[in-house]
Design a protein around this ligand. Structure first.
Ligand SMILES: Nc1nc2c(c(=O)[nH]1)N[C@H]1C(S)=C(S)[C@@H](COP(=O)(O)OP(=O)(O)OC[C@H]3O[C@@H](n4cnc5c(=O)[nH]c(N)nc54)[C@H](O)[C@@H]3O)O[C@H]1N2
Ligand SMILES: Nc1nc2c(c(=O)[nH]1)N[C@H]1C(S)=C(S)[C@@H](COP(=O)(O)OP(=O)(O)OC[C@H]3O[C@@H](n4cnc5c(=O)[nH]c(N)nc54)[C@H](O)[C@@H]3O)O[C@H]1N2
Ligand code: SF4
Ligand SMILES: [Mo]
Length: 697
């Protein structure tokens, strides 16, 4: 038998099929793309392979408890005893509750178990995952437009598209394998690439047309393009009449074309260029430049409206948000802020009854409200409404906006951090539970096009680190017997419980089992039986059936209302944050601990205007929340008036603001107002985060 095991890359939501080779020393000897894999046929990227074989970062190898202000080693029994006694105490207080923050980096099995314990065991409304920092706006847009979560197209549509319109995303850096398919599709046919991004990213540099709107004005731009499409008569009248509702309201709500273009800071010719491109078969991809905004849902809906109005629905076309973390999609099928397993609506009585019966917990225990979302949960901790918080595979002390304040709140709370690596959040914890991570974990994950596939344990976790699933079950069983079997749990059985609970729902996994995955490697939901799998959604040989009550897709009417923190004389520059090649999220697996200062990229013209703020290549970026010292790189790919900082350094989120989109609860992580001041001023703090390399985006 070959010693190569099939598995799935957990570094991003492309979901590349990999082969991993265990070695005797407890590490993976090698990882490579899996030729013949139905999702990616051997494709992979360098970061995916490098980070899997040889992750940087410092592993946690034993449970830790804070004693006398220091984290000190403890046995599992002592650590779990302390955690459960504090959890039971919190649940016993009249209005006591527990904050549970999960992640799109858990397996489906761990995410399902965590949701079951949080909602069905604790009955807490304060449960959410970091997907709310990431894709929540796209999700709420899909629910409103189509009645169901997740994009309609699949990867199979990429080769058939003619126009590839990428809006507020940089897949050349963030989703390299999908980006390769996009460039191949353009090269093979007569395709074109349009990119909407204030920054000249790697993706934008490749574009036939790069549109650079003023940051935070995407909704105005999308509405301007809609107005241009309608003016030109390039609308899909038959599709609109037969398969949509709300078109008249949309048309009546549209702003004047010239005004909207001016708001977006682009010419009428540019608006016309996008409108013309949409007359060819178009895939419209988007990312964090759209979602992470107080108008994220409204903007994502406007992009969906563009597809509906131009008839860019059906094979080779459609709205395709690019999911970030490897299992964000799965996390939301397992249960999320607004849904029960299988995307069942949170407040629907039949859904609640089905879930309480399946979990064998009283219906009255299920929380009435889905809770205030990731940012709102930290607010509730800050107010003292809740005192206890448990994080699993997330690093809110660096990943959340206004992270300095988040860190203070987490330090004040009784914090249990379940992580594989030392992180900013682990630093704040009272109890640390060491987890196994990718390469050491058995389970499944779900990629951005709804494909479920296996992840495998090639090696043992270091020290006494345990599987996430087993840690969750161990805590659960000490609080309420019957929710889980005794650990170690069998991931296949947990998956079977989840898939059974999704039978007949919009996200039906009933036909997916470990046996089927062993045979077929990856299966797309909805898969109601063992033979079929999902394809392009809502569409079957020319006929359409959306999952809204009317069975039609719904247009929207939101119009641009501005960024939450407009620029002014005190804070005249806009700060934006983004990703680099070779580094991941808050940088836990890739930090170089010896370098202390973050890099910022600024246009030479802006440097020229603020010369007094620079000293030996450094400056201080100040926002209304905090200030950080950074080294500066003059870079013409950043527009004048903007400061660009990588999200991989905890300095970035000290500056950002915690305003959220009221529809999705996703924070406005992409724009806030800052100024630059000289480093020598005495009241400035130094970024405590180490630097990451800045690539040439
Ligand atoms: N190498 C690498 N890959 C990753 C990750 C990583 O950390 N590193 N993280 C993964 C995760 S979790 C995610 S969610 C994805 C994210 O993938 P992307 O969404 O592609 O990543 P970002 O760089 O955060 O943001 C995308 C773009 O939004 C632009 N932007 C900023 N403000 C605006 C605006 O006002 N309007 C418009 N139109 N654009 C704007 C930025 O300039 C940036 O180029 O990447 C995944 N893949
Ligand atoms: N300013 C700004 N802020 C942002 C963004 C932005 O674009 N700009 N992007 C946002 C987005 S899209 C995202 S997704 C979030 C991410 O925000 P976070 O979730 O806070 O950040 P990560 O760095 O992905 O943290 C994941 C943690 O999980 C741990 N981990 C990894 N594998 C495992 C495992 O198997 N088990 C356990 N228990 N732990 C594990 C890692 O060690 C790490 O500490 O950041 C958000 N924050
Ligand atoms: S594209 Fe994403 S899933 Fe594929 S190898 Fe790279 S990081 Fe992994
Ligand atoms: Mo993300």
């Amino acid at each position: 038998m070959s010693d190569w095991q099939p598995t799935t890359c957990m570094r991003c939501a492309v979901g590349c099929g990999h082969l991993q080779k265990p070695a005797a020393d407890g590490k993976l000897a090698a990882v490579k793309g899996h030729a013949g894999h139905p999702t990616t046929d051997g494709s992979k990227c360098k970061r995916g392979i490098d980070e899997t074989v040889d992750p940087k970062g410092e592993r946690i190898t034993e449970p830790l408890i804070r004693r006398g202000g220091e984290l000190q080693p403890a046995t599992w029994d002592t650590a779990l005893g302390l955690v459960t006694s504090r959890f039971i105490e919190a649940l016993g207080n009249n209005d006591g509750d527990i904050a549970v923050l999960g992640s799109g980096q858990q397996t489906n099995e761990a995410a399902y178990a965590l949701g079951k314990l949080a909602r069905g065991g604790f009955g807490t409304p304060y449960y959410d995952s970091n997907t709310t920092l990431c894709m929540a706006s796209a999700v709420s847009a899909y629910f409103k437009a189509f009645g169901s979560d997740a994009p309609p197209p699949t990867y199979a549509d990429i080769p058939d598209a003619e126009t590839h319109l990428i809006w507020g995303a940089n897949p050349a850096t963030a989703h390299p394998v999908v980006y390769r398919w996009i460039t191949e599709s353009i090269a093979d046919g007569d395709g074109q690439l349009l990119v909407v991004d204030p920054v000249e990213t790697k993706t934008a540099a490749d574009a036939d047309t790069h549109i650079q709107p003023t940051a935070g004005t995407d909704l105005a731009l999308a509405r301007a393009v809609l107005a241009a499409v309608i003016d030109a008569g390039d609308v899909a009248t038959e599709f609109i009449e037969n398969h949509t509702t709300g078109y008249e309201e949309l048309v009546n709500s549209l702003p004047e074309l010239e005004t909207a273009a001016e708001t977006a800071g682009v010419s009428l010719a540019t608006v016309q260029r996008i409108a013309d491109a949409l007359t060819d078969r178009t895939l419209l991809y988007w990312g964090m430049g759209v979602n992470q905004s107080v108008q994220g849902t409204g903007t994502a809906r406007a992009l969906i409206d563009l597809c509906l109005a131009t008839g860019n629905m059906g094979p080779g076309s459609g709205p395709f948000s690019l999911t970030g973390q490897a299992n964000s999609m799965g996390n939301r099928v397992c249960s999320s802020k607004n849904t029960w397993p299988g995307h069942r609506p949170f407040t629907e009585t039949t859904a609640r009854k089905a879930v309480s019966a399946a979990w064998d917990v009283p219906l009255s225990r299920l929380p009435e409200t889905p809770g205030p979302g990731f940012v709102g949960i930290v607010d509730a901790l800050a107010r003292g409404d809740i005192e206890v918080c448990w994080t699993v595979a997330t690093n809110p002390a660096a990943g959340m906006p206004d992270a300095g304040q988040v860190k203070n709140v987490l330090r004040e709370s009784f914090l249990v951090a379940q992580d594989a690596f030392y992180s900013d959040t682990v630093e704040c914890a009272d109890v640390v539970l060491p987890a196994a991570t990718w390469g050491e974990t058995e389970g499944t994950t779900t990629n951005m096009e709804r494909r479920v596939s296996r992840v495998r344990a090639g090696v043992e976790p270091p020290g006494s680190a345990r599987q996430d699933l087993d840690i969750i079950a161990a805590i659960g069983n000490r609080i309420e017997t019957g929710l889980f079997p005794e650990p170690p749990l069998e991931p296949a059985a947990v998956f079977a419980e989840l898939s059974e609970l999704t039978a007949g729902t919009k996200a039906d996994l009933a036909g997916i089992s470990y046996d089927r995955l062993d045979e077929e490697l990856a299966v797309r939901w909805p898969a109601p039986d063992g033979e079929t799998e999902g394809g392009y959604r809502y569409h079957n040989e020319g006929s359409w059936s959306f999952e809204t009550e009317s069975g039609r897709a719904q247009f929207s009417t939101a119009t641009h209302s501005g960024v939450p923190e407009p620029l002014d004389a005190d804070y005249p520059l806009v700060l934006t944050t983004g990703r680099c090649t070779g580094v991941y999220n808050t940088g836990i697996r890739s930090r170089a601990p010896d370098v202390e200062v973050a890099n910022a990229r600024v246009h030479p013209e802006t440097i020229g205007k603020c010369l007094g703020a620079f000293d030996r290549g450094q400056t201080v970026i100040e926002s209304r929340r905090d200030s950080v010292t950074v080294t500066v790189e003059a870079d013409e790919s950043i527009p004048p008036g903007m400061v660009w900082v990588p999200i991989h350094n905890p300095a970035a989120n000290k500056l950002t603001l915690p305003e959220v989109d009221p529809e999705s609860d996703e924070p406005n992580l992409k724009q806030c107002a800052v100024c630059l001041t000289a480093p020598s001023r005495p009241d400035r703090t130094t970024a405590d985060g180490p630097s990451v390399p800045v690539d040439s985006d």
